[in-house]
Design a protein around this ligand. Structure first.
Ligand code: CXF
Ligand code: ZN
Length: 383
């Protein structure tokens, strides 16, 4: 038996976009991928959304435990191999990844909060959660490569735990439905689940990128009377208006004034912050824009070192205002991915319209440049 053959036993070669360190840029390179063990599947990727969070990883805003890391956490593909004694999946099945795994058994999963599953504690390490020293990916020289959120959707093939995959019907258009793995659940859920938007509400949404576009749709599905979007980029404001926003303005001041004008001076019922790079100032603006007992939903990410909110504590107490974090839109991916897919099929949830540009894996850095230039709502890598 020749050495190369022995070396790749129970493994295969693939290609993926890695970060060797942060801050840094994605580099597309050859990778070695483990065959699936028990309770794992190998997936041939069809498409991966290019979420701003991967750019946060590249810029070092979101520090990871291990480098190199293969990026991407919003993807969909077709099962290519199934580990031994692994239930629920067969080769040929279509799957959408959930960027947060759900074990189904911990306190959080058992009480309808899969987004907070205890397995989530390990996703920024990028190794197997049941065997933290063991990585499913490596460089050709054997250096272990972490998997972003345990899935690495910026690779042609990836091996993941079954906890990270949701099986979907055979006729699912994965090149669109990949967005359900992060942007859609995060944005739509920020309005419908975390924000609990009610019919007749006035909702203020800061940021009309990938996540904001779904927050707009969620607020609209929930029956908000006014969905006011704030974004400095005209193209994104126009896009938000076509997705259900009733108003779109360039500055926070204009948005807050509008919300007050519709509510007898009170302010929005719910304000959702989905800007690209969040600071305390954004949360403070949203806080100013809500009514008594109103809620600010903090969905965006910023630099991990950022602390402190410049808000009036007196206003917090006297007006009973609320500030809530939202992770994956407080969704239960096993239930909410199929629900959102149904909404898409019924014509209510727009996915095609949110995808601005498709890229090849090798064009990944171009895709992120376009995102920063305000040219994309969502860029998607097609394999
Ligand atoms: C993020 C949440 C923090 C880890 C990376 C992914 N969510 C959406 O992009
Ligand atoms: Zn994301």
């Amino acid at each position: 038996m020749s050495l190369p053959h022995r070396r790749y036993q129970n493994q295969m070669k693939t290609r993926g976009a890695i970060l060797r360190s942060a801050p840094g840029k994605f580099e597309v390179t050859d990778l070695i991928l483990d065959d699936p063990r028990q309770n794992e599947i190998r997936v041939k990727m069809v498409a991966s959304g290019m979420c701003h969070s991967d750019d946060h990883m590249a810029r070092g805003d979101l520090p990871l435990a291990v480098y190199p890391v293969c990026g991407g956490h919003e993807g969909a593909g077709i099962v290519d191999a199934v580990g031994p004694n692994t239930k629920g999946f067969a080769p040929g099945d279509k799957v959408i990844f959930s960027f947060l795994p759900a074990c189904g058994k911990c306190r959080w999963c058992a009480t309808g909060h899969q987004n907070l599953c205890d397995l989530g504690a390990t996703v920024l390490v990028g190794s197997r959660w049941d065997d933290p020293e063991s990585f499913r990916l490596s460089l050709d020289d054997g250096t272990p490569v972490g998997q972003a959120l345990g899935i690495s959707t910026f690779a042609e093939y990836t091996t993941v735990a079954v906890d990270s995959a949701v099986k979907v019907p055979d006729d699912t258009p994965l090149e669109k439905a990949c967005l359900l793995g992060c942007a859609a659940g995060t944005g739509w859920g920020s309005a419908v689940r975390t924000g609990d938007v009610k019919a007749g509400d006035t909702v203020l949404i800061f940021g009309a990128g990938g996540i904001g576009s779904f927050a707009v749709q969620g607020a609209s599905h929930a029956g908000a009377a006014r969905v006011i979007v704030v974004d400095p980029v005209e193209f994104k404001r126009d896009s938000a208006l076509s997705l259900g926003a009733t108003h779109a303005v360039a500055t926070a001041e204009e948005g807050i004034e509008l919300a007050q004008s519709f509510t007898n001076g009170q302010g929005a019922d719910v304000a959702i912050v989905t800007v690209g790079v969040i600071t305390g100032e954004h949360v403070a603006q949203a806080f100013t824009g809500i009514r008594k007992q109103g809620t600010v939903i903090v969905t965006a990410l910023g630099n991990a070192a950022e602390v402190g909110l410049p808000i009036s504590i007196l206003e917090l107490t006297l007006y009973e205002k609320k500030i809530k974090g939202s992770l994956f839109g407080s969704s239960n991916p096993s239930a909410d991915i199929p629900i959102m897919l149904d909404l898409y099929r019924a014509g209510y949830l727009k996915l095609d319209e949110v995808i601005t540009t498709e890229y090849s894996l090798d064009e990944i850095n171009q895709g992120y440049e376009d995102m920063h230039a305000g040219k994309n709502i969502r860029g998607v890598i097609r394999y």
